[in-house]
Design a binder for this molecule. Structure first.
Ligand code: NDP
Ligand code: 2IT
Length: 449
């Protein structure tokens, strides 16, 4: 970790380390928030008195369970799944499910912790939670995915509900998986409870613009950062990491706003297309055919595929990390700054290492942390819950406008908070402090629970 904590916060952090051994990503996420809370405790000593931070750092409930399933050959597999119900001060636990072989408790806890503050920033009534499994969906058939989702939901159903905990997608979990999980939930409970999951299909309770929301929201946020400095997305050269749900719709919106995205990636390699990435080809490869990104060169012979390497060595004006945690380190940050990058906004959760963040901040380039910049996904999930509760279905344009307004508001409140606490333009402080104060006030009102 880079910055030092003041004494009181260091004690809290040491306790978190002690109580959660080996959970490095969780430690990192907690440290990053604590680094910015010093001035908040000076202004609001009652939060320290009521031990709000200690309570926020301890999940309300952590569920770990076995998921047995059979592959197409009849072989039995055993995975482990998690749901961490972190904080329900502002509403039912809300956050995605991640299916990736790297998943363990520490990853789910870092994601759940971040989710508390992100969800608070949306201004909508949602608490923070996250779940997932170490299941690897790569190379699995549709039937295998279905059996896995059904087995997972056979345990998870008893812990979730429209007023309790509302899962959604994340890495490895999209519309297909939400469909299989919703089907099993409905079958077990005998309830058509639309609001129990978000990211549903448009024919059965899903919200228009939810698929696009995270990527679109990240670009709306980037645009706001630029506008605050009299600039815009128009004509900017952009690099986006990843090529999944978030990356694809970040690319789409960046193009719509007049920027040119020249590169994206997956965990195997990088595609560089100096003409600007072809969105239709990307969607065909990733969403329809579910292939690897290297297939892009079949569509564009002049595009370059680079196996491995860092995407951040490609010169750009704007960098949008949209793949995974800690994918952008100090060297990458240095290279980006040296190459003239003016803005970084995180579509992914915690993609920049603490050392990378310090370099962006020292260079005084615009840096929008994931909690703020990728909040459009969960915000639109909350809009899906609103539509479900009122048995309504909104148009794409109306939903997108609500999303855009929410991102504008998040940018504004982060900016204003950064100025109020003497660090104008520091969106890390702005996002953490704005989110924290909201949750802390609600917790204080509800007593010691
Ligand atoms: P997808 O599964 O759709 O796509 C993930 C992309 O990131 C893929 O291109 C994948 O490549 C790449 N990736 C994943 N893990 C790694 C890794 N270890 N190293 C390199 N590349 C990797 O997920 P999403 O697009 O939904 O999620 C991307 C990020 O955005 C995550 O951090 C997620 O938490 C965050 N996020 C998602 C939201 C949503 O609504 N979906 C909302 C807010 C944040 P490969 O195929 O090779 O694995
Ligand atoms: O990290 C995130 O905010 C998500 N994966 C989306 C969560 C949600 O409930 O839509």
């Amino acid at each position: 970790m880079t910055a030092r904590l003041d004494e009181k916060l260091e004690l809290i952090y040491q306790d978190v380390l002690h109580r959660n051994p080996g959970e490095n990503e969780f430690h990192q996420a907690v440290h990053e928030v604590l680094e910015t809370l010093g001035p908040v405790l000076v202004k609001y000593p009652e939060f320290a008195e009521k031990k709000i931070i200690q309570r926020i750092c301890e999940p309300e409930r952590q569920i770990i369970f076995r998921v047995p399933w059979q592959d197409d050959k009849g072989e039995i597999h055993i995975n482990r799944a998690f749901r961490v119900e972190f904080n329900s001060a502002l509403g039912p636990y809300k956050g995605g499910m991640r299916f990736h072989p790297s998943v363990y408790l520490g990853i789910i806890k870092f994601l759940g912790f971040e989710q508390i503050f992100k969800n608070a920033l949306t201004g909508l009534p949602i608490g923070g939670g996250k779940g997932g499994s170490d299941f690897d969906p790569k190379g699995r058939s549709d039937d295998e995915i279905m059996r896995f989702c059904q087995s997972l939901m056979t345990e998870l159903y008893r812990h979730i509900g429209e007023y309790t905990d509302v899962p959604a997608g994340d890495i490895g979990v999209g519309g297909r998986e939400i469909g299989y999980m919703f089907g099993q939930y409905k079958r077990i409970t005998n309830r058509y409870e639309s609001g129990v999951l978000t990211g549903k299909g448009l024919d059965w309770g899903g919200s228009r613009a939810r698929t696009e929301a995270t990527g679109y929201g990240t670009v709306f946020f980037t645009h706001e950062m630029l506008k605050a400095r009299g600039d815009s997305m128009e004509g900017k050269k952009v690099v986006v990491s990843g090529s999944g749900n978030v990356a694809i719709y970040a690319i789409a919106k960046a193009h719509e706003l007049g920027a040119k995205v020249i590169a994206c990636s997956d965990s195997s390699g990088i595609i560089v297309d100096e003409k600007g990435l072809d969105l239709a080809a990307l969607k065909q490869i990733k969403e329809v055919d579910r292939r690897r990104l290297s297939a892009y060169t079949e569509f564009h012979k002049d595009a370059k595929y680079v196996k491995g390497g860092s995407i951040w060595s490609i010169p750009c004006d704007i960098a949008l990390p949209c793949a995974t945690q800690n994918e952008l380190n100090a060297n990458d940050a240095k290279t980006l700054v040296e190459n003239g990058c003016i803005a970084v906004a995180e579509g992914a959760n915690m993609p920049t290492t603490p050392e990378g963040i310090a370099i962006f901040q020292q260079a005084k380039i615009m840096y929008g942390p994931g909690k703020a910049a990728n909040a459009g996904g969960v915000a639109t999930s909350a809009l899906e819950m609103q539509q479900n509760a009122s048995r309504d279905s909104w148009s794409f344009d109306y939903t997108q406008k609500r999303l855009e307004d929410i991102m504008i508001d998040i940018h504004k409140s982060c900016y204003e908070t950064s100025a109020e606490f003497g660090s104008e333009g520091n969106y890390v402080l702005g996002a953490n402090v704005t989110g924290f104060i909201k949750v802390a006030r609600a917790m204080q009102s509800m007593g010691v629970i």
